[in-house]
Structure formats: structure tokens, C-alpha cells
Design a protein around this ligand. Structure first.
Ligand code: PMP
Length: 448
């Protein structure tokens, strides 16, 4: 009797199978590796600082699920919390004790030196929903229509927020998206990031028509775009002076760059010249759900209580505040203490320094824009202040760099326009593998 040995499919076979039934073989565009080429990874498991693909290869991971895995993948206490919640039921479509606890924890976290940035928090399932709702809320609160966003910032994929967007829209080089009606696109004014005079000019040109400015707390979706010192504070002053709301999008930075997100770093003086302002609405995602679908928006009671059922702005969700997601988020926030942030910061320092040294040794022009523990790589000499700068780089050097890292067992974001993410699980062994991989990748970038 002949034994049938079932062979593991390759990444290529898996991608081919997926492309037959899923558009592009992916459920989110950047996963298709369009800008770096080659076969997308099909991941079957992840633990700590590593991910393992369908071929059984393990990589040191610098994607961290695009941010959520602050503690590392499959942290045992987070997994246990989700398992225990699952055993009690997957979804009730009713209030739960955990969701109030999570809202309390978020409010506590965003209280810095006695200043509470938030009074009310509503839980949703994705960052897209959080920002979409924040915009509706700002329009409901002000009775105005126009919204200012910044080029290269990504706030999810709702209609009005895709113009000159970062993330996959930047990776694919798209101006926006088909399917967005022109009258809706016209409600979004897109300005250059870090350009305060442009914001002043927009308020002057559209008096009493601008409902909100939405800004990434620190830009991290067209590579890292750090706010100039005092930029966020100035936005707060300008929005208040013009009767508009400031929506600070901390979906990516929230609970990742520090215990109170980027705002916390400004508020507690870690970022000099930043203190002295509070956002009107803050959006969260990623780390707040610890890897499960959970996001949130928060703000003052008078603003957030405009949401139904108290107010006229409608928002809802069958799976909002899902108990498994809440359990993962609560466990993640409970475990991410000062030591976690210290480790992530230190690892980011180490990797950014190794990256710089390798590229310098290989003679490759580069800068490493940095915002807290977030950093990215741009192949150019000059600093990156805005999206135009981010696009003006030798981006063609990234694919060979990326693939050399992959061959050496390190999984990077498959786009030069994405930040690199460390976790608290990146130990010395993981950092050594990155150190070993970088010089060869830098030489590959040099040869491109
Ligand atoms: N805002 C920011 C700043 C983001 O980085 C993202 C996702 N990368 C989003 C919003 C959208 O979040 P989601 O993918 O959960 O819809």
C-alpha cells in the first residue's frame, strides 16, 4: 500500500489559489506585495517577535500586524483572556461589563498631569469606522460640511477620506479611489502636512464652512511624517478659533508610541513644545484591540453625547464592543506597562541605528524619519516633512532591500511608504537576526 505524503503548499500555490476566489488574492491591498513584487507571504502562525509562513519558514517580524502586536504575537495572557471570553459566548449584541472597563481604562490612560483629554468613549470595530464616525460627529456638532485632511495621511477607507491618502493608496500611487462621488470628494480639502499657513488660508477661504481638521497625531502612513514642534497645538488653536473641531487620529500611534499615545508624549513634555492642547475627538484602533477587531473614538461629553441614542448623530454596530475583542484589548492595555514602552523604544533605537549604519556603509543615500518608536526608511538625502518629500525618493531601491531581508529571515512592511513596527517581544536574538540581515540588504539596495 503506497503512503500518501501530503506536501505543504508553497506561498506561490497558496497565492494562486487565493487569487481565484479573492480579488488580488488579498483582503487588504498592501498584502499583495504589489510594490515590492514577488510572492506574498501566507502566514499560518505567529508568536512573540516572529511569523511563520505556509512553507514553514519563520521570520523576525517588523510588521506586527501593522501595529496591534505591541506585546508581540500571541502573548499567552492575551490569548488566555480571549479564550476565557470565548467560552462565555462570542457576541451578545448587548452591553457588557468589559466594554465600560475598557472605556474607563482609555480615559485613565489619556489623563496626563491631571488633564483628561477624554470624557466619553465609544467602541467600534475598525479604525475606518472610528474616523468615519468622528467626521460625522464633527459635522453634526458644527452643522458644517467641509473637512481638512493632510496629503499622505491615511484615516481608513471611507469615501471622504481617501483623497491623496497614505498607506495602500500611496503604495499603489493612486490619487484617491474610483467610486467616490465627486460631490463627496469635494467636501474634503487636502493640504500639505506641516504647513500651518495652508490651514490658515483654508479657514480664511471657507469661513464658517469647515467642520473639522483630521490629522494623524504623528504621520505614519506615507513613511513616518513627524509633526513639526507645536504643529498639533497650533491646529488645536486654529480649529478652536474658527469654530471647527480637531480630530486627532491615533489609530496607529495610540497606546503604541507611549501609554497615552502621541498626544501623551506631547502633553507630558516628552516632545518639547508640544504641551498645552487637548484634542476634540481622538480615534483609536490597532493596539486598543490587541489584534482583535476593535477601535474607538473619544472626546468631551458634550461632543460624544451627540451620538445616538442621546443625540442626533447616528452610529451603530452589531459587533461593536465585541466581548472577545474587548478582552484582548483590556489584557493588552493591562500588560503594556512602562517597561513594555521602554523595551519597544530601545529596540526601535537599536534597529534604526543598525539600519542607518548598514546603509551608510553601503553608500546608500537615506534618511530614517522617526516619531517615538515608529520609524521608516526613505531613500533620499533631505529630511521628509510632507507627502511630496516622501514621494521624492529612490523608491526603486526598496524592493531589492526588502527581498534581501526576506531571504535572510526578516519580514518587513512590503512598501517603502509604511512604518516599521517593533514589539516588546523583540529580544536580543531577534535583534541579532535583523543585524545580520541588514548589511546584505543595504548592499542590494546600493546595487539597485
Ligand atoms: N487611521 C490610521 C492613522 C491608520 O493607520 C489606519 C490603518 N492603518 C486607519 C485609520 C484605519 O484603520 P482600519 O484599517 O482598522 O480601518
Amino acid at each position: 500500500m503506497s503512503e500518501i505524503i501530503s506536501e505543504r503548499p508553497t506561498n506561490e500555490q497558496q497565492a494562486t489559489r487565493a487569487r481565484a476566489v479573492i480579488p488580488g488574492g488579498v483582503n487588504s491591498p498592501v498584502r499583495a506585495f504589489g510594490s515590492v513584487g514577488g510572492t506574498p507571504l501566507s502566514i499560518v502562525s505567529a508568536t512573540g517577535a516572529t511569523v511563520t509562513d505556509i512553507e514553514g519558514r519563520t521570520y523576525v517580524d517588523l510588521v506586527a500586524s501593522w501595529g496591534p502586536a505591541l506585546l508581540g504575537h500571541a502573548h499567552p495572557e492575551v490569548v488566555a483572556a480571549v479564550q476565557q471570553a470565548a467560552a462565555r459566548g462570542l457576541s451578545f449584541g448587548a452591553s457588557t461589563p468589559g466594554e465600560a472597563e475598557l472605556a474607563e481604562r482609555v480615559i485613565d490612560r489619556l489623563t496626563v498631569d491631571g488633564t483628561a483629554a477624554l470624557e466619553r468613549v465609544r467602541l467600534v470595530s475598525t479604525g475606518t469606522e472610528a474616523t468615519m464616525t468622528a467626521i460625522r460627529l464633527a459635522r453634526g456638532a458644527t452643522g458644517r460640511d467641509l473637512v481638512i485632511k493632510f496629503a499622505g495621511h491615511y484615516h481608513g477607507h471611507s469615501d471622504g477620506l481617501l483623497a491623496e491618502s497614505g498607506s495602500g493608496v500611496a503604495t499603489l500611487g493612486l490619487p484617491g479611489s474610483a467610486g467616490v462621488p465627486a460631490p463627496i470628494a469635494a467636501q474634503t480639502l487636502v493640504l500639505a502636512y506641516n504647513d500651518l499657513s495652508a490651514v490658515e488660508a483654508a479657514f480664511a477661504a471657507h469661513p464658517d464652512r469647515i467642520a473639522a481638521v483630521i490629522v494623524e497625531a504623528a504621520g505614519a502612513n506615507s513613511g513616518v511624517l513627524r509633526p513639526q514642534p507645536g504643529f498639533n497645538r497650533a491646529l488645536s488653536r486654529l480649529t478652536a478659533a474658527n469654530g471647527a473641531l480637531l480630530i486627532v487620529d491615533e489609530v496607529l500611534t495610540g497606546f503604541r508610541v507611549g501609554p497615552a499615545g502621541w498626544w501623551g508624549l506631547e502633553a507630558d513634555g516628552t516632545i518639547s513644545e508640544g504641551a498645552g492642547w487637548t484634542p476634540d475627538i481622538v480615534t483609536f484602533g490597532k493596539v486598543i484591540g490587541g489584534g482583535m477587531p476593535l477601535a474607538a473614538l473619544g472626546g468631551r461629553a458634550e461632543v460624544l453625547e451627540l451620538l445616538a441614542p442621546l443625540g442626533p448623530v447616528y452610529q451603530a454596530g452589531t459587533l461593536s464592543g465585541n466581548p472577545l475583542a474587548v478582552a484582548a484589548g483590556l489584557a493588552t492595555l493591562r500588560l503594556s506597562d512602562a517597561e513594555v514602552y521602554r523595551r519597544v523604544d530601545a529596540s526601535a533605537d537599536t534597529v534604526a541605528t543598525l539600519l542607518h549604519d548598514s546603509l551608510e556603509d553601503a553608500g546608500v543615500a537615506h534618511v530614517i524619519p522617526r516619531a517615538g518608536s515608529l520609524f521608516s526608511l526613505a531613500f533620499r538625502d533631505e529630511p521628509v516633512r510632507d507627502y511630496a518629500d516622501a514621494k521624492a525618493q529612490d523608491a526603486w531601491r526598496y524592493p531589492p532591500f526588502f527581498h534581501a531581508m526576506r531571504e535572510a529571515g526578516v519580514s518587513l512592511p512590503p512598501s517603502v511608504f509604511e512604518a516599521w513596527f517593533l514589539t516588546a517581544a523583540h529580544d536580543d536574538a531577534a535583534l541579532e537576526r535583523i543585524a545580520d540581515a541588514l548589511p546584505g540588504a543595504a548592499r542590494a539596495a546600493a546595487a539597485a
